[in-house]
Design a protein around this ligand. Structure first.
Ligand code: NI
Ligand code: MN
Length: 227
């Protein structure tokens, strides 16, 4: 049974069949993180939605420590390789690939593409969302994004949807509820809320607004969800 563990912001660990991947491991400097990067268990892969500091986070040091594969949009993957990540797997939006841990597909996210700490804009790229299939279940991590019509392409194809509700940089609650209506996942898990004052949001208000559209699992940092 696949298991998701929330470590705050957009960081989730997904475990299944003895493999473990992490999305957007922003732990160092994250006031809501429940765990230090050094305390994460063995990782097989690190999936990055974009290069902003609150997503790229500890990715490169973790990749070095665990010899984990970094999966990212092409330009961001090259950047991570240049920073010394031992194994990078560049992909791009619309493409899918079978990894030992499962299938990964990159999907559209509407957001900024700057890579933190890189000033020449050489690695600036499109951010992405991920649809990851493990154990026959599909997890959609939207990344940082606005509500997009493209989400409708995933209607009925998602078991668990991880989506931002914090507003300001991404969807807020109102648009996140519409995103759930577009995708119709079995379960929605809110993310990208409460890390900083500007993205304070009430996940229970989101849950209430989603109503019968989907089940909502509100995870606090450190909590897990089996599906
Ligand atoms: Ni961002
Ligand atoms: Mn962000």
């Amino acid at each position: 049974m696949p298991k998701l563990t929330y470590h705050s912001h957009a960081c989730f660990v997904l475990e299944h069949g003895g493999k473990r991947i992490v999305f957007d491991p922003f732990l160092t400097g994250n006031p809501r993180a429940d765990i230090e990067a050094a305390a994460l268990p063995k990782l097989d892969a690190i999936l990055l939605t974009h290069g902003h500091g609150d997503h790229l986070g500890d990715a490169v040091p973790l990749a070095k420590k665990h010899h984990a594969t970094i999966v990212a949009p092409y330009e961001l993957a090259l950047y991570c390789g240049e920073q010394g990540a031992p194994d990078v797997h560049p992909m791009h939006i619309g493409g899918a690939h079978e990894f030992p841990f499962g299938r990964v597909k990159l999907v559209v996210a509407f957001h900024g593409g700057m890579v933190e700490g890189e000033n020449a804009a050489k690695y600036t790229t499109f951010p992405c969302g991920y649809v990851v299939t493990v154990g026959g279940k599909r997890v959609y991590h939207t990344g940082d994004t606005a509500l997009t019509m493209e989400m409708q392409l995933l209607e009925g194809r998602v078991d668990v949807m991880l989506l931002p509700i914090g507003d300001n940089f991404t969807m807020g609650i109102e648009d996140a509820v519409r995103a759930v209506a577009f995708v119709k996942p079995k379960v929605a898990i809110p993310m990208h809320w409460g890390t900083f004052p500007v993205i304070e949001a009430d996940p229970q208000a989101f849950k209430q607004a989603v109503g019968s559209l989907a089940q909502v699992a509100v995870l606090e940092p450190g909590q897990s969800y089996d599906f």
